[in-house]
Design a protein around this ligand. Structure first.
Ligand SMILES: Nc1ncnc2c1ncn2[C@@H]1O[C@H](COP(=O)(O)OP(=O)(O)OP(=O)(O)O)[C@@H](O)[C@H]1O
Ligand SMILES: [Mg+2]
Length: 329
């Protein structure tokens, strides 16, 4: 059964189409991912589905309720964990959960039990009575996820659940998300720009770019659709100049170029490398690196959009480097 049905949902801000007629369905019990670079429209989509902002046009049903008409019943059946932390630092973990339970009119005797269960689930029992300002980043995130579960939502929205966390804590959070999806049968919709996160966690993934869904399927099917292997060449010039040189090689399915790279999707890749190298040599192209691999979700994203998903920290550092280089430092 589809617990979420989204039909041509759009949001414009002035002349910007932040979300542009997207349609997708989410099945009950699924972990569904919206994957895309910064500014793709993921948070805006989540905000419309959780009734925090009004859509410009289109419709969506959550558990049978319309986002345009039944905001109250939707709010009761969902939990939201935002991209930006929203805990009260001056309260303890337990108090944060209690505060949320009161907002949702949860009966007092039931509340105690419920909160104990959640603290156990997110492994914060021994920190329950510590002020949140003394929590680590990962502990705060776990508490937020726990808080999203207090009123027993059928659907949980997680906007960038692991952004800014170290890889180990990130893995931990993934395990909690899997655990609660399995033990509570909560349907989870999450946004992320971490490829491995979507690959590891999601039953199905929608790639979002410039407000549109460009591909949607299970990670496995998305990778399989690529067909063949990928030969990625690092070259001494802008890759886009080189597409025509390689397109006649036998078995080539697609060529995508980005920065100083040419990614050739090809059958039996390992047998084709000599030919690729010899074409490069005869065209006086200097090859800095050659990499052969099976398609990853990142490759699928590049295939559909021609762009890498930018890791925000990475691109931020690169921007600084570019500015410094320009200034001759
Ligand atoms: N309230 C707003 N007013 C004007 N523009 C907005 C507003 N909210 C979002 N936008 C714009 O809409 C686009 C989509 O933003 P959104 O926050 O949905 O992206 P995102 O995919 O969540 O990105 P990120 O990975 O950085 O969180 C961006 O260009 C953003 O600047
Ligand atoms: Mg966002």
């Amino acid at each position: 059964m589809d617990i979420i049905k989204v039909n041509k949902l759009s949001k414009t801000f002035g002349s910007l189409k932040a979300v542009n007629q997207i349609s997708f369905n989410v099945r009950e019990g699924e972990i569904f991912g919206l994957l895309g670079p910064n500014g793709a429209g993921k948070t805006t989509t989540i905000k419309m589905l959780t009734t925090l902002i009004k859509s410009t046009s289109g419709a969506a049903l959550l558990n049978g309720s319309s986002i345009n008409k039944d905001q109250n019943s939707i709010r009761k059946s969902i939990g939201i964990i935002f991209q930006d932390p929203s805990l009260d630092d001056e309260l303890t973990g337990r108090e944060n959960l209690e505060f949320h339970a009161i907002l949702y009119n949860i009966k007092k005797q039931h509340m105690k039990e419920k909160i104990a269960e959640i603290l156990k689930l997110v492994e914060l029992e021994d920190k329950a009575d510590t002020l949140v300002k003394n929590y680590s980043g990962g502990m705060k995130r776990r508490l937020e996820i726990g808080r999203g579960l207090v009123h027993e939502p059928k659907i949980l929205f997680l906007d960038e659940p692991t952004v800014g966390l170290d890889p180990q804590t990130r893995r931990h959070i993934w395990e909690y998300i899997k655990k609660l999806n399995e033990s509570k049968r909560v349907t989870v919709i999450l946004t992320t720009h971490y490829i491995e996160e979507a690959d590891y966690l999601c039953d199905r993934v929608a790639f979002v770019d410039h407000g549109k869904i460009v591909a949607l399927d299970t990670p496995k099917a998305l990778k399989a659709k690529m067909g063949g292997d990928i030969i990625s060449l690092g070259v001494n010039m802008n890759g886009s100049l080189l597409e025509s040189k390689f397109k006649h090689i036998k078995g080539v399915k697609k060529i995508v170029t980005h920065d100083n790279y040419v990614d050739i999707t090809i059958e039996n890749g390992e047998q084709r490398i000599p030919e690729v190298v010899s074409i490069a040599e005869s065209n006086k192209i200097i090859i800095n690196s050659v990499n052969l691999h099976k398609p990853s979700l990142e490759d699928v994203f590049i295939y559909y959009t021609g762009n890498k998903i930018r890791e925000e920290e990475g691109s931020w550092k690169n921007n600084i480097r570019a500015v410094m280089a320009k200034r001759g430092r």
